[in-house]
Design a protein around this ligand. Sequence first.
Ligand code: HQG
Length: 187
Amino acid sequence: MSAETSKFLSYILRHAPESIGLELDSEGWTDIDTLIAKANAAGQAIDQEMLLLTVRDSEKKRLTLSEDGARIRAAQGHSIKVDLGHAPSQPPAQLFHGTATRFLEAILAEGLQPGSRQQVHLSADRETATQVGARHGKPVVLSVNASRMAEGGHTFFQADNGVWLTNHVPAVYLTIIEAPAAGGTCQ
Ligand code: HQG
């Protein structure tokens, strides 16, 4: 299983299916056979075994197989418009968002925005949030008062891989907490 295959599949299924002439359905799914055929035609040598190993070995479970094993989609992280089809779900009282210190001023002014993705991504645990933040620079973790947000009418849902998603987090629900001294290893 190569990191290259994993990156390629995430890129195609989250951001650019059309770059290999692929069409996803409204929930982001595609047939595995079609995906492999289109990838091969575009010069990306992938077969079913490589694809299944990539799904299995992805620590963050970025890719989801349908129950019958015939289809695949990205669990979250889309920039293209998809409706993942999850029912709204009651979040834990507290969620976490890791970011880089240079974004703090803007975040505290306008809240968390989805940016190029469809939703804001939140983690149930602080360590994961620290790692997500470290992808962008010096990490800082924000605590999100999810129970108050839910009371205030904001909806949350949980992606196939457990990541929490919501449309926007107003700044009033955010508190800065310090990154743990030993954490923050970049993946
Ligand atoms: C920041 C990874 C300025 C936000 C992770 C983040 C995650 C603002 C960056 C998933 C802002 C967007 C998503 C505002 C938010 N002003 N900056 N108002 N609001 N930001 O990569 O959450 O490895 O799109 O804090 O594990 O870092 O790809 O989002 O720093 O689950 O599977 O704008 O991607 O998963 O960055 O990461 P991203 P994210 P994968």
